[in-house]
Design a protein around this ligand. Structure first.
Ligand SMILES: [Zn+2]
Length: 390
């Protein structure tokens, strides 16, 4: 078992990170640590696991055993509670200079118990220009025991001056084969189902895992993919948008509901709810404040999960129209939505490649608007209308 086990189809990257983690000992010993450096940039398409790779590397750097996956240090990194891991995931569209300066300041202090101070900055492309300049200074003159792990979709998403100081880790979309092997070998999924899920998710491993493991997720995907062929008037567009909204809300609720309840139950148990005696009244007051904090955290997480869920539905639609385009252009490629063959061919026959490209643009515009806090149902109504008119 190792912290790198969950990175599917990334053998080259795993080898690179393993040897860097070994070389990190040299950095600690002050002998330079060839192969190790203070700033790393993880890039890769959505679903390739760039932040998972960065997190595994963070664990390997802190673990006395190079990322064993079962010591307390590894657990702390994975649960986000390691005292020397600064974990940043911007919740908004941009990450400002004040927050970045604060981060730089905190990153510079000596590790409290771990081997390094590790900053894991997801979506570092959201740093504003001023924030990027603050980041550049930190990357240019790193503290001896501080390691920066930045994640962006592509290397071009970062200031060239920062990029040039980072060692690049490039994740690729895993092959369908690698995804199937992982689903069958690790999760015990039946080969047929694994193959279907791997194709449908186009190399997005976590998505494939969800589809293979959850019949409800498969049904929701089917419903989303049935939408294009049903858009025969503006009434149908409104209905389809409302349905898309419902589906995403239901999926998000399913994901968050169980987690929320468990966390609340754990916290109540920790505060000794139901017990009696001296000190209980005081404990109950403390519990109320802690529960309120937990509630706020859970709300923020729900918002993020909802956004991710809309994104999944929209990317399924993009996949559908990309397959339509492939058929229209006569491209011989694997079609992730081949299970909707009749719909694909129907839409391909009744439209032009130009119209298909406009439709894909309309879906991407919808994603952008939801990201900018437009009400999802309104953004989706505009999108389905654009999909209808072409
Ligand atoms: Zn470990």
């Amino acid at each position: 078992m190792s912290v790198f086990d969950d990175l599917v189809g990334q053998d080259t990257v795993i080898e690179q990170l393993r040897s860097a983690a070994r070389a990190a000992d040299g950095l600690l010993a002050g002998s330079g640590g060839a192969g190790m450096t203070h700033a790393w940039l993880f890039t890769g398409p959505p679903g390739s696991g760039r932040s998972e790779a960065a997190r595994a590397f963070a664990a390997a750097l802190q673990c006395p055993d190079g990322g064993c996956g079962h010591c307390s240090s590894c657990h702390q990194v994975f649960s986000g509670t390691h005292p020397d891991l600064l974990y940043v995931r911007p919740s908004g569209l941009s990450f400002g200079v004040d927050k970045t300066r604060d981060l730089v300041l905190r990153s510079a202090s000596r590790p409290t118990g771990g081997r390094f101070r590790v900053v894991l900055f997801e979506d570092a492309d959201r740093a504003t220009e001023a924030a990027s300049n603050a980041l550049l200074k930190a990357v240019e003159e790193p503290s001896p025991r501080t390691i920066w792990l930045l994640c962006t979709p592509t290397a071009e998403d970062l200031l060239v001056t920062i990029r040039s100081r980072c060692r690049l880790v490039t994740l690729r979309t895993p092959t369908t084969r690698a995804v199937v092997d992982a689903l069958v070998g690790r999760d015990g999924v039946a080969p047929d189902l694994a193959a279907e899920a791997a194709r449908a998710s186009a190399g997005h491993f976590e998505r494939a895992r969800a589809l293979a493991g959850d019949p409800a997720a498969r049904r929701r995907r089917e419903e989303v993919l049935a939408i294009p062929a049903r858009l025969d008037g503006l009434g149908a567009c409104v209905t389809a948008a409302a349905r898309l909204y419902e589906l995403a809300e239901a999926e998000a609720k399913e994901t968050t509901g169980a987690l929320d309840e468990q966390e609340k139950a754990d916290m109540r148990a920790a505060f000794g709810e139901g017990s009696t005696g001296k000190g209980v009244a005081k404990a109950v007051r403390g519990a109320a404040g802690a529960l309120k904090d937990l509630d706020d955290q859970q709300k923020r997480r729900a918002t993020r999960i909802k956004r991710d869920t809309y994104d999944l539905a929209l990317m399924d639609l993009v996949a559908f129209y990309r397959d339509v385009l492939a058929i229209q252009l006569g491209a011989r490629v694997e079609l992730p939505t081949a299970d909707r063959d009749a719909d694909l061919r129907g839409v391909a026959r009744s439209s032009t490649p130009e119209a298909t490209l406009r439709r894909i643009d309309a879906i991407m515009e919808c994603r952008r608007r939801i990201g900018a806090n437009v009400h999802p149902q309104i953004a989706m109504e505009a999108m389905t209308a654009a999909l209808y008119t072409g």
